[in-house]
Structures are given as C-alpha cells and as structure tokens.
Design a protein around this ligand. Sequence first.
Ligand SMILES: C[S@@+](CC[C@H](N)C(=O)[O-])C[C@H]1O[C@@H](n2cnc3c(N)ncnc32)[C@H](O)[C@@H]1O
Length: 365
Amino acid sequence: MEPRGDAAAESPDSFEFTFEFYLDRSARIEADPNPANNDRLETASLTESIFDYHTQYGRTYHAYRAGSYYVPNDHLELERIDSQYEILKILLDGRLYLAPLSHENPPRKIIDFATGTGRWAIDMADEFPQAQIIGTDLSPIQPQLVPPNLRFEIDDGNEEWQTGSDWFDIDYIHFRVTVAAWSDWPWMIRNSLERLRPGGWLEMQEPDCDIDTDDGEIPPDNALKRWFADLRHAGVLADRPVHIVPDLKQMFIEAGFVDVHEKVYKIPLNGWPRSNKLKKIGEMWQRSLGEGLSGFSYAYFDRWLNMRKEEIEVALVDVRNALADQRVHGYEKFYVVWGRKPEYPGDRGAVPNGQSIYSETTILE
Ligand SMILES: C[S@@+](CC[C@H](N)C(=O)[O-])C[C@H]1O[C@@H](n2cnc3c(N)ncnc32)[C@H](O)[C@@H]1O
C-alpha cells in the first residue's frame, strides 16, 4: 500500500475501510429468545427454485412441489384471483370473516392457508394490526410491500404443518377458495383443531363445484353442469376432491369443533337476477369464471380425462355459452363454515350437540 499524504487521507474517494478497527470482537449479537420458526426455510423462502415455473399449455404452474396443484399461477390466473376477491367482498357485504372475532379482544395469531395473491391476508392485517398473520402458498405470487404484521411463506399445506411457536395456539385459521388444493379435508380440519388455542376459530369459505337453480332443474346435458361434473370426477382421480364442500360442516362437527355454523350464499352465474347487487355479482362471476375455465381445465382434463388442449378449448365454447345463458337462472353455492375449538373438556358450545345454529341462504329475486 502506498503511504498516504494528509490530503489523500481526507479525501472520501481514497479512504480505505479498515474493518478490523471497527469490529469489536467481544460485541455479540444477542439472539432472540423466542425465534421465529425457520425450520422450513430451506424449502422455500430462500431458494430461487420456487420461481422456476413449469410451462405447459401456454400457461405457467408452480415450481415448489411441482405438479401437485393443477391450476396455473400466471398473470391471467392472478387477475382472476383478484377479481374473485372483489366479488366475494361484495357478496359478503365487505366482511372478511363471519366467525365472531372481536376488536376488543383481537386475535393475535392468524394463518391464511393458500393465500394466493394475499389480498385477504393484507386486508386482515390492516383490520387487526395487533395480530401476527402468516399467509402460506405453493407459489410466490404475493406482493413484497405488505403490512408489517403479515408475512408470506411458501409451504405445502398437505404436508406436516410447521412446528414453530407461530404455528401453535393460533386464534383464527382461514381457508378461502382452496377447494382444489387439499388431498384430505378431514385431516386439514383435525390439524386446525389441534393448532388452534382453546376458543380459537376455524373458518372455511369455499364454492360448491356445481350449479343449481330454484326454478326446476338444470338439465344434465347443460354444458356448464357437465363441465362441473367432469371437474369433480377429475378432482377425485387427482386426489384433490372438490365435491366435498357441502360436507364441510359435518367434518367440523366430527373433528370436535363446537358452535359450528354454515351460511350458504348463492352466486348467480350471470346477470339474470333482478336485484342490482346480485346482477352485478352475477356479471362479475360470469367474467371471472369464464376467464378461469381454460386454466381450471387444461391440466386436470389432460391428465385425468385424457383430453388434449384443442379438444378442451372446443368443449369450452359450449360451456361459455351455457354460462352466459340468462334463460337458465343458475347459481353456484358458496359455503362459509366456521366453528370453535372447545375451551375446556366437555365444552359443548352454545348450540346443543354441535349442531349448526342455522344454515342460511341468500335470497335471489
Ligand atoms: C384460487 S387460489 C385462492 C387464493 C386465496 N385464498 C383467495 O381467496 O384469493 C388457490 C391457491 O391455493 C394454492 N395452493 C394449492 N395447493 C396448495 C397447497 N398444497 N399448499 C398451499 N397452497 C396451495 C395455490 O397456489 C393458489 O394460490
């Protein structure tokens, strides 16, 4: 090293850092006595491979645990997930949850399984700034800038759940439109019961994968009815059963939840209802479901029903026409089920025998 004159020593450009000088070797960084659970970090958050999306049918699919979820994760699907979020906000009158969470005694730990683009988790983090919220998903499709009390983790909910302290004594566990994600729903519900604190709530908000009408019956050859039947069939073959949504309430009761509630909304398939609110929801649902049809079908129908992409697209022409047909007053049911973990042994809840207080449906004009 050249000897420096005074002028050179004062110039910031020529300043040489002498790290040894600043490093006090005796100064230790104190460890957090309650560390966050990092036992799965190697799986996801830190690895680039989670962005190594698989491309097929002109769409991209998740890389982490590749092949286990049959719906794409590209911008078309993310836009659909976001539009679905807007629709459900209107449907649920702006409410994020129906379980009786309290602002006076707010939840402290919340987990949102299969959070998608994380819109629900972000709004929940704003509503409950005291809560620590974790949103999990197979795909890293969540925004970076989120409230400080929210974090996202790449994780597969079908595998043994994490064991860090954030994953026990949870106040509220939430699932929304995760219907094609899980292999064993009773297992998910039992695990939730185990991980909740006594008195904590589990809530599932899931669409029924079928269509109904209140005037007469939808003929079985209706192309949209048939498409849903194919999807349910493929779901069973793929070990991702989507037909189970009407059984969720019973699964909650069998797992040991008390005060189990079920509320069933009807989502019109297009703009057929008279009511302005339901007409708007129907028009938005027609667009959202219509845009999702290809993505929902490609991998499921190719792998399990042996249909090629071109064949699927031809079949979807009729499905979209059926979706748009306002002569059929069709709707899809949307189930919201919530239940409480007993507070103490023998706690049977306010409702005798864990029966639902009500099974309410919205009224269509
Ligand atoms: C239709 S999106 C729903 C997103 C969000 N809950 C919402 O309501 O907007 C379903 C999400 O489930 C995720 N998913 C599927 N299988 C999963 C699994 N085994 N573990 C975690 N997430 C999963 C997908 O990556 C996708 O983002």
